[in-house]
Design a protein around this ligand. Sequence first.
Ligand SMILES: Cc1cc2nc3c(=O)[nH]c(=O)nc-3n(C[C@H](O)[C@H](O)[C@H](O)COP(=O)(O)OP(=O)(O)OC[C@H]3O[C@@H](n4cnc5c(N)ncnc54)[C@H](O)[C@@H]3O)c2cc1C
Length: 308
Amino acid sequence: MYQRFDAAILGGGPAGLAATAYLLYARWQVALVSPDLGGKVSYPFALRDLPARDTVWGAGLVHELAEIVSGGLRHHIQETASRVERAEDGSFQISLSDDNTIAARTVILCTGARPQRLFVAGETEFWGRGLSFSAVSHAPLFVDRDVAVIGGGDRSIAAVRILIPLARRIYYIAARPQHLSDPDEADRVLNHAKVTVFRGWEVQQIIGDDFVTGLDLVGINGEVRRLPVEGVFVQYGLLPNNGLIRDLVKLDANGHVIVDAHCAASVAGIFAAGDVTNIYAEQVPVSIGEGAKAGLSAWDYLSAQLHT
Ligand SMILES: Cc1cc2nc3c(=O)[nH]c(=O)nc-3n(C[C@H](O)[C@H](O)[C@H](O)COP(=O)(O)OP(=O)(O)OC[C@H]3O[C@@H](n4cnc5c(N)ncnc54)[C@H](O)[C@@H]3O)c2cc1C
């Protein structure tokens, strides 16, 4: 017999904590399945002549939510969820990494996303010391500095667009063509006087001392070029952690769970919030807000079931 809950929240980052806090407040029987409480909230970032700073707004609220949740939560299951299945009665069975299964009347998916990496020398070493996976988080630190943007798709074009008014010079590196939703707009952005485009060049390594000082490119004919930059933005995009629910709900072309304005996914009783969804802007304050919405929607869903 499975342990049964009113709600199972999968993922304990900013979105999952906000959702859990609301459902605990409403006194439902809640299970939070997550190896950690807090998710991705600490990103110290430093540049030469710029002291290290954490650019995350809302981290304090995430810690506060973690305290509220750990104070009231009786079922923090410190495992990962591997699969969600819908039962005939409309409830859900959630398989866990310890081979146990739990059941819940509603599920809130808050498993986040991870950045697509380059896998070249220097990438791990200089992460947070000039190398960034999030232009929206770090572009304003690069005023009058030279930077490189690596990508090829919409996310890299958006990064160049927000860097143009800030940075001094922008090198745009696209190893191979990727889908662009608006190729004319991409051309307009890349034709800006501050931008130099390297198409068909691969990044070989990121170099530096205490901070990034440049990157080496290699062309199709083997030619090597060294670009002197203080910033490297890897902008291939984020990979949503959707494996456990991929076959159950509708996803967009990039694998994000499609949610409506109430954070409801395409299957009744499943809600989702934060970076795993198709909501605009991966930022901690946005995820807290989305998690709160998902928690409120699940509360309403559970309450409505009492009258059916
Ligand atoms: C490199 C980088 C830099 C960033 N910098 C900033 C910044 O400066 N400012 C800012 O506001 N935002 C920044 N962000 C974005 C911010 O981290 C996210 O928007 C936010 O953390 C998303 O919250 P979330 O709850 O959706 O997911 P996450 O914070 O990713 O939390 C996901 C949670 O789900 C858990 N989990 C994952 N898989 C499973 C599973 N199968 N079962 C159970 N649990 C699971 C994880 O352990 C974690 O607890 C950055 C993101 C990246 C990648």
